[in-house]
Write a protein that binds this ligand. Structure first.
Ligand code: 0GY
Length: 305
């Protein structure tokens, strides 16, 4: 139990997730998840915008095994700022079954980058969601991108759909593979044929270095989860969005649980149900194999892909 006090209203991750009905292909990768602390061992960053509950590496690895994943990609959460110690600790304890995406500052040394690489980091995350981070100047981010490119790393970007027009030129100038978190957070109430989502599809169509995570239906959904014991197709209003991205760009999509689900305000998803969402967005075995195995392996374990 950490001595940090959680943000008021903070929802803890779901205990006792169901066993998914969907059987994941062998070698599946949960390509977006986090560890939080534990705060007493890896203190949360002073500049954080929220204080979470603890979510340890052991708890993440237990969830991986329970759901049937083989590997994880652990993404540095903003509550740890640019202090990647909890991430590195989890990677080093994973027995090669986890790779990471870090947050770094321009001041990072080459030795520190090498240390992260050896631990299993393969990307950096640039966050543009204003409720999560303070502004970082674009020239600083571009410098970081240039530093990590020779390591074969990529850049993960997190932003809201309304901000894509303003960020477009910066994103398309990045010299690496670029992975968008959660489809650029579309407003699903606007519909899959909206100009806003059309712009996102255009963004991917015109730039073949841009990939997308088709994750986080629980974050994007307006219709929400099923009622207890209700129909299994949870978060159905997100299905057309994710399915369109999967079908149009089958070789550039990734999927992740987003465990332990930071900042959800009205419900906490059952991770087993989230896995059951996958066949709705990737309806064929070939699409599932690409989404869950071939694509993440190419990006994070290219030596084994
Ligand atoms: C996510 C989403 C969120 C938070 C973070 O690093 C983070 O704090 O990514 C969010 O609040 O939308 O992908 O975990």
């Amino acid at each position: 139990m950490s001595t940090f006090e959680k943000t008021p209203g903070w929802l803890d991750w779901y205990q006792g997730p169901s066993k998914p009905r969907f059987e994941l292909p062998a070698g599946s990768v949960d390509a977006h998840c986090h560890v939080f602390g534990p705060g007493d061992e890896f203190p949360y960053a002073p500049e954080r915008k929220y204080t979470p509950c603890d979510a340890s590496k052991a708890q993440l690895f237990a969830l991986r095994d329970h759901l049937g994943f083989a590997r994880n990609v652990i993404v540095q959460a903003t509550c740890h700022g640019a202090d990647n110690r909890a991430l590195v600790d989890a990677l080093q304890a994973s027995d090669g079954k986890a790779r990471g995406v870090a947050t770094v500052k321009r001041s990072i040394t080459d030795e520190e980058l090498q240390h992260l690489h050896q631990a299993g980091v393969r990307g950096v995350r640039f966050n543009f969601v204003k409720r999560l981070v303070d502004f970082t100047p674009r020239d600083e981010l571009m410098d970081i991108a240039a530093r990590i490119q020779p390591l074969g790393w990529h850049v993960v970007i997190y932003f809201e759909a309304v901000d894509l027009p303003e960020l477009w030129d910066f994103f398309t100038a990045l010299p690496t593979t670029v992975v968008v978190d959660h489809m650029g957070r579309p407003d699903v109430s606007k519909g899959v044929d909206s100009d806003e989502f059309g712009l996102f599809l255009q963004f991917m169509r015109e730039h073949d270095n841009i990939w997308s995570k088709v994750s986080c239906p629980e974050r994007l959904s307006v219709s929400g989860p099923p009622a207890l014991g209700g129909e299994p197709n949870a978060y159905r209003d997100v299905v057309p969005f994710a399915r369109r991205v999967v079908e149009q760009f089958p070789d550039r999509v990734l999927w992740g649980t987003d465990w332990p689900h930071p900042n959800l305000k009205n419900h906490m998803p059952d991770d087993g149900l989230l896995v059951d969402f996958i066949p709705h967005i990737a309806p064929t075995p070939a699409l599932q194999q690409a989404l869950l195995v071939a694509n993440p392996m190419r990006l994070y374990w290219p030596e084994e892909a």
